[in-house]
Design a protein around this ligand. Structure first.
Ligand SMILES: *Cc1c(COP(=O)(O)O)cnc(C)c1O
Length: 296
């Protein structure tokens, strides 16, 4: 299929606190699938790209902040697959490494201010943009919604194809960072109850994961864990030290906002005995490394 991507490697993840608890983990390196279209964002975009292709849309339009991994992946995918792209940005014009990349990738940028951006979920929001960009395919913030979630089912297939090569007889659970929860929803739907899926919420419950995703996880008996440490985009010294230490021990590059917070929440839960000795976990590296240029 035209918009399919290379296999993300599934690698043993070795960290002292996992060994102490006798919990085994492997990390699915979505950060390695492509230098530009990184992480879970390509999976979330896949069906949108297909829809845009079927409807012969000349371009793709979506929203995000000035470090947005989603807009970055969209701009790169647009360039790769021959779609024009437009990005609606939160706040006022600002140069960040991400914004420079978006421009270099040919994305047309519109700065909405803060109030304008807050209106993104109002019913009339897309009208003027559809008038300005006739026939373009509009993608919800973060690549969310059912089309985004369906593409994430492929994450499960990629991991399962590599379990035997790892020498594992099977696996017990997934662990991944959640923002909009779209990736999480995709895995929950794909697993259909076969294995537990744990979401580490990098965004506070009240303005992150939609109720529908929480309900979906709950319906399968899955737990969502708070990992946001005071808010999306907030850092603290313990988090940054933890990220540096994990990178050193595991050799896996991380960013603090999502993958770092998800691993720190995992450590706390492993130390609290959430997983029985001998448990095997698949940790998803959701990518996002381009974003860390903006804050580290
Ligand atoms: C966007 C992103 C997430 C969150 O994905 P959702 O599907 O919105 O939950 C997690 N990790 C990284 C690195 C991201 O860029």
């Amino acid at each position: 299929m035209l918009f399919d991507f290379p296999q993300a490697p599934l690698q043993p993840l070795s960290l002292p606190w996992l060994a102490t608890a006798n919990v085994e983990a492997a990390i699915l390196r979505l950060d390695l699938i492509d230098p530009l279209v990184s992480g879970n964002k390509w999976f979330k975009l896949r069906n949108h790209l297909q829809q845009a292709s079927v409807s012969k849309a000349p371009g793709l339009i979506s929203l995000g902040g000035n470090h947005s991994n989603h807009l970055h992946a969209l701009a790169a995918a647009g360039k790769r697959f021959g779609f024009a792209t437009a990005g609606l940005l939160r706040g006022h014009a600002q140069e960040t490494p991400t914004v420079r990349d978006l421009q270099a990738l040919g994305m047309k940028l519109h700065w909405l201010g803060y109030g304008g951006y807050r209106a993104r979920n109002e019913p009339g929001f897309w009208g003027p943009w559809q008038a300005r960009y006739p026939g373009w395919h509009c993608i919800p913030e973060g690549g969310g919604g059912p089309a985004g979630a369906q593409g994430c089912a492929l994450i499960m297939e990629q991991a399962r194809a590599q379990i035997t090569a790892l020498g594992w007889p099977g696996y017990d659970a997934w662990w991944l960072a959640a923002g909009t929860g779209t990736t999480l929803a995709g895995l929950v739907l794909a697993e259909a109850g076969a294995h537990a899926v744990h979401g580490a919420l990098a965004v506070p419950r009240d303005h992150g994961v939609p109720d529908a995703v929480v309900a979906l996880a709950g319906a399968h008996g899955y737990q969502l864990h708070d990992a946001c440490r005071g808010g999306f985009g907030k850092f603290d010294d313990e988090l940054l030290a933890f990220v540096a230490e994990c990178e050193l021990h595991s050799g896996v590059p991380l960013e603090a906002l999502y993958t770092g917070k998800a691993l720190l929440a995992l450590r706390d839960k492993v130390e609290a005995g959430l997983f029985a000795p001998g448990a095997r976990l698949i940790v998803v590296h959701t990518g996002g490394l381009q974003g860390r240029r903006g804050y580290l």
